[in-house]
Design a protein around this ligand. Structure first.
Ligand code: URA
Length: 235
């Protein structure tokens, strides 16, 4: 049994402002188990009762999970006074209160970013103890070497003496690498390459666990993730 105020339920599930949700309920647009309820403060059981808004069933999703192909120039933040954030890019039909990005990609990093309102899920994705792998493609301003592959596998020691967990470095081209890490320290990939005197010119996240960035998703576009997609993260 999961109880919730009717106006909150309508507002959250349909992404309507709370004031509009109240007005619509007053106007008799909402039924609960076939009965029109006009009191926005009515308490409903979202698991057991059937709610219709304007004759259409309102499904209950406790949390939402959105995959975005983050473009360059956008902040991985919920809000900012002057700059665009990833939350600003979410289409109206997917927006709801409390959304935040799971971890941060730098402003100039592109690729797979999950946005949710589920704090426990985000913690599981990000916390280094959970060992969730994150794979990036990096274009560097110099040549990679096999020694670096060995050093990444041992665990790179950053300039400030922070020790990184072992990482997998694959050389795709002389100056293009595929890197898999299981943590997310601030500017981690850039700082790891910095130890070897290399600068990162472009960085893109390709996957989290076995969940990959869809090839046909344009920059700034979003898709909703289902249970099967989410399961791939833990593989
Ligand atoms: N590492 C970085 O340096 N930047 C990112 O955006 C992600 C990982």
């Amino acid at each position: 049994m999961k109880k919730q105020r009717l106006d909150r339920f309508i507002s959250n599930q349909l992404n309507l402002p709370r004031s509009m949700s109240k007005t619509q309920i007053h106007r008799g647009k909402v039924t609960v188990d076939g009965i029109v309820l006009r009191d926005p403060s009515s308490i409903i059981d979202v698991d057991a009762q059937t709610i219709f808004y304007k004759n259409e069933k309102v499904n209950y999703n406790e949390f939402v999970y959105i995959l975005m192909n983050k473009p360059k120039g956008v902040l991985s933040a919920t809000e900012d006074k002057s700059k665009k954030t990833v939350i600003d890019l979410i289409p109206q039909n997917l927006k709801r209160n409390g959304l935040f990005p799971v971890g941060r990609l730098d402003k100039d990093t592109t690729g797979l970013l999950i946005i949710t309102d589920d704090g426990d899920f985000a913690h599981k994705c990000i916390h280094p103890s959970k060992n969730i792998s994150k794979t990036y493609i990096a274009k560097l301003d110099g040549a990679l070497s096999n020694d670096m592959v060995i050093e990444f596998a041992k665990g790179v020691v950053l300039a400030d003496k922070t020790v990184c967990k072992p990482a997998v470095l694959g050389i795709i081209e002389e100056n293009v690498a595929k890197i898999t890490i299981t943590e997310g320290k601030y500017h981690q990939i850039k700082r790891m390459f910095g130890v070897f005197g290399l600068g990162v010119e472009e960085l893109k996240r390709e996957s989290i666990g076995a969940l990959r960035l869809p090839k046909d998703l344009d920059f700034g576009e979003c898709i909703l993730l289902n249970g099967e997609d989410l399961g791939k993260i833990w593989k």
